[in-house]
Design a protein. Structure first.
Length: 595
């Protein structure tokens, strides 16, 4: 039923555009000023540099291709106090439909009051209040994953007493956004079959210097060529902080600004967003004419369908994250086939999940090599044995086998580089070689202090040996990493919110470097705390499960294994987790059918 309604709306929209096109051929054309001002507080603060950024309801004015980025219903309105008694008021909305979005705009401009004069220049006792009405209707939609296309039809009417002139114009725009980092836009505005002087051509290029969920820094540069107003360009900068505050600045360069002087064309503004409401302010300098102030308000409305989509996406991301972590746990436990099964499940749910392709390849390579990490360990250690004997050819051969199976295994690239350098550089002195080999054995057992002592003795025998110096520095770095790791783990354990990370870090240190007894001793003293926390997570998981919050329940139960892989609760919570996952996947299946 919902799809039928959407198809009817879209059909009506197409009919309106078609009839508008026919009407345009019959209508008298006038010179239009529709795109010679900046509307929308956000774009105005950026100096009008909005052709590539455009991603809200004002995109219908700047680049209709930007309408395709709307995901929820957006209503945008503003008031612009212009010069003397002139002002502008504007409203537009964007409505997602199908794979794209429809946009509509209404703009009213009052040019103030004027005293009417007769043919002799005398007062006619008539007050004239000229105004203009402008409107637009457009549609933007994606083409593939990185491009969007948009088009719109615009009505422009100027009214002065009994005089009225109107025209109908068309816009077309294209936009690309490459991985939310680099974006470009182009639009042809005011396309008319009778008056080519209205035509504007605009192009914009922008870049996100950084962009994360909370903060971003965006810069855009626009160029515009108008047959009516000439050539101009603009640059805009936008900084977003904590998803709430936006700070903007821009500069527009054109012939009129150069005439007006006094920093004409400079603009700035701020914006505040709270939940479904955004308030924006823009200040623009007009040189000798003074300045203008613009206030805009945006309302966002999320339909039930969009809420379902967001819930579906959130659920998919959570399941993918959990399955990826389960794959890591299975991999670390040596169950590579099980890890592969988890990771292939992630690939099915989210093909672009970060690191999934590397993880799948890693599991497949180990399974192909015999299904045991110990096999790779044996090959690596055999290469190390050759290396300690200064048989670099065989060491390189073995380590290349390891790299082929698991490209990121135990700093394999570093060891390969060292072997090739030592082979190329020739043999060191026999006395230095003795201490170098001795240091290697200590280093590989994580006893960095003894390794450093041995290599320093070797350096005394061969003071100019760069490789020994390099290994001493490497051991010092590793030694500091372990020490810092233990200090960080102690701090994490002392904090209730980070205790899991601290325990995990201590286990990693004790497993990789048994020589560091501090980690083992700290873990022993934490036994009672770990038991207390695992019980707490077990009970909280049951509480969330009974409330229907499967995501929170799974997180709590997974924390038990992270804290204590030998916990008495593990057998129970693994069954609970499986049950919770099955319920989530059932929900996911229902959502897929709805789509």
């Amino acid at each position: 039923m919902k799809n039928k309604i959407l198809r009817k709306i879209f059909l009506i929209f197409q009919i309106i555009l078609f009839n508008s096109f026919i009407f345009a051929l019959q209508m008298e054309s006038i010179d239009s000023t529709l795109e010679n001002i900046n509307i929308g507080a956000r774009a105005a603060a950026l100096g009008g540099a909005f052709t590539a950024i455009s991603d809200d309801a004002t995109a219908i004015y700047y680049n209709p291709a930007g309408l395709s980025y709307l995901r929820i219903i957006e209503i945008n309105a503003f008031y612009d106090k212009w010069f003397m008694d002139t002002f502008l008021s504007y409203a537009c909305f964007g409505f997602p439909i199908g794979s794209g979005s429809i946009g509509a705009m209404f703009l009213y401009t009052s040019y103030g009051k004027f005293e009417g004069l007769d043919e002799y220049g005398m007062s006619s006792n008539i007050t004239l209040e000229p105004f203009s009405l402008k409107g637009a209707l457009g549609y933007g939609f994606p083409i593939g994953n990185e491009f969007s296309l948009g088009f719109s039809v615009k009505f422009d009417s100027f009214v002065l007493d009994n005089y009225n002139k109107s025209t109908l114009l068309f816009d077309v725009g294209v936009k690309t956004d490459i991985k939310k980092f680099f974006f470009m836009g182009f639009t042809a505005q005011n396309i008319s079959y009778e008056n080519i002087n209205n035509l504007n051509l605009k192009a914009g290029i922008g870049i996100n210097i950084f962009n994360n969920k909370e903060n971003s820094l965006t810069i855009e540069f626009d160029i515009k060529d108008s047959l009516l107003y000439g050539f101009s360009n603009a640059i805009g900068i936008e900084i977003k902080l904590f998803k709430m505050l936006s700070i903007r600045g821009g500069y527009n360069i054109n012939d009129s600004n150069s005439i007006l002087g006094n920093m004409a064309g400079l603009s700035a503004g701020v914006g505040f967003t709270i939940e479904k409401l955004s308030v924006d302010y823009a200040f623009s300098m007009r040189g000798d004419l003074g300045s203008t102030h613009l206030i805009g308000i945006k309302f966002f409305y999320e339909s039930s369908e969009e809420k379902e989509k967001r819930t579906y996406k959130k659920l998919t991301e959570f399941l993918a994250y959990q399955s990826f972590k389960d794959g890591e746990d299975a991999f670390n436990a040596g169950n590579y086939k099980r890890a592969l099964a988890y990771w292939e499940e992630v690939k099915t749910m989210m093909p672009d999940y970060e690191g999934i392709d590397v993880a799948i390849m890693k599991a497949k390579n180990i399974i192909k090599a015999g299904g045991k990490l110990e096999n790779i360990e044996k090959i690596f250690n055999l290469g190390m044995a050759y290396y300690e004997k200064f048989d670099f050819d065989n060491a390189v051969k073995k380590w290349r086998e390891v790299k082929k199976i698991m490209p990121n295994y135990k700093d394999i690239d570093v060891w390969l580089k060292d072997a090739l350098e030592l082979k190329k550089g020739g043999q060191m002195s026999k006395k230095a070689e003795k201490y170098f080999r001795e240091g290697l054995k200590y280093y590989n057992n994580c006893d960095y202090l003894k390794a450093i002592v041995s290599w320093e003795k070797g350096l005394e025998k061969d003071p100019k040996n760069k490789k020994i110096k390099q290994y001493i520095e490497r051991a010092k770095v590793k030694q500091q990493e372990i020490a810092n790791g233990i200090l960080k783990a102690k701090a994490d354990v002392a904090n209730d919110a980070t205790v899991i990370e601290g325990v995990k870090r201590l286990r990693e240190i004790s497993n990789v470097c048994p020589a560091y007894n501090d980690a083992i001793e700290i873990l022993a003293t934490l036994k009672s705390l770990i038991n207390l926390k695992t019980k707490e997570y077990y009970l909280k998981g049951i509480e969330k499960y009974t409330e229907g919050n499967m995501e929170a329940a799974i997180v709590y139960w997974n924390n038990i294994e992270k804290l204590d892989p030998k916990s008495n609760y593990l057998n129970k919570v693994r069954r609970y987790i499986t049950d919770a996952r099955n319920k989530q996947k059932a929900i996911l299946g229902i959502e897929k059918k709805r789509k």
